[in-house]
Write a protein that binds this ligand. Sequence first.
Ligand code: F0G
Length: 475
Amino acid sequence: MDRRAYSPPQPTGNRTVPDTVTEASAPRLRCINCGNISDRADQDFRCPNCGDLFEIFYPGWQTPHGLMAAGLDVETLKQLWRDRRSSRAPADISGVWRFRELLPALNADPITLGEGNTPLYDLPRSARAAGMQAVQAKHQGMNPTASFKDTGMTAAASFARQEGFRWVACASTGNTSASMAAYAARGGLRSLVLIPEGKISWGKLSQSLDYGAVTCQLRADFDGCVQVLNQLVRRKPVYLLNSVNPYRLEGQKTAAIELLEQLNWHPPDHIVVPGGNLGNSSALGKALLEMKDLGLIPRLPRLSVIQAEGANPFVRSIREHGGQTLTPIEAETMATAIRIGNPASWKKALRVVEATDGTVEQVSEVEIALAKAEIGSDGVGCEPASAVTLAGLKKLVKRGLVKPPETVVLILTGHVLKDPEFTLRFHRGDLFTGTAHEKDARVLEPNQRAPLVLDATVDAVADTLEEFDRKRGDE
Ligand code: F0G
């Protein structure tokens, strides 16, 4: 790592702070199934012994408070991360690399767009809708390309460049591709995107075009795109940037570290995450377990994963098979970001749900649409896949698994502008027209605000205002 680029701000007082962790904690790859340990992975990031996924682990942290062995105690670390907020070095401005003591080390500057540093919002209206006293949301849609993927992409794209690859590639439901295309462009890499034709939002598609990716719309669903890509990486020298790449999950885990920092290291009772390919829940859970092991937090929040009813293989795996197996399904949901039937990281996600004593839940299309409007009514907004968190929370409250006075953080994964067509159709009232959900969708009517076309007179506008007040009263 270039020490000039990475030099932290001068520590206050007479504490001395090492810049990077020592060799003792240098990260290694470990297979989540057979435990095979390796320092290198093949291009498909699968264990050569058993074909399962690798995760990154840090041998130097094996004891509680293990960072001390690497010369870093937790209070010094917390102070160091705070101090970096006032630095102008790109790696310090990044809300990912600011926490680099808990990441694999790069030997050059990272490819960064200043990712992370996302806000934590109170959602009072959403809390009321869920029967909670309070709810908070960490909005990962406030990243540079407007989804949580950027926190992983800064890490994995940087390692792709370090490894000398010219091409990076991903299969995507739209956000990974947007993010990969941006980071590849910033890093001078070529990028190849495989997306399901007609099944991703225009906003996301336009992003990967804007950032110059070679964008292929395959006549397949997301899972079909993954299959093609897995074969391609065995044939061509392209670096795989899907979330089976463990470096991506290391970047994504920093969202949980940043969240805990924002909460002054007081863990919330619950964290609620949408589940698609299940990389993000795995990454956030990994961070929670590591923070607990290292003594950064005193206890674990419960991590719960929510899926759409039509894209629920993980929920089914747990409910029907006790998490022993996962049967792939043909997924269907309007929350296209999570339209995934064969999630790659389900075993990792299962492990963190179990380790944190969390749970899983599924929500209907109408419940997703309603929750999205409710989050919007808090002035925050998100894309449909993110709204499964609030819809799921409502069900967890009803099941008694979340109690109204408890503290909850929803992870909002994508920005409201990622899928404006969904929002417009919701408010025009035709989102569910001609679908099996048409009758259920009547519950959405009070939340719909179709745009009004009026004569260009002050009377017409003033009458509209009065009518609105008459209908809504003091609400
Ligand atoms: N929310 C959004 C907005 C997403 O884009 C995704 C996944 C998820 C939630 C689920 O996260 O897959 O880690 O469980 N999008 C991927 C993509 C699959 O290609 O953009 P996950």
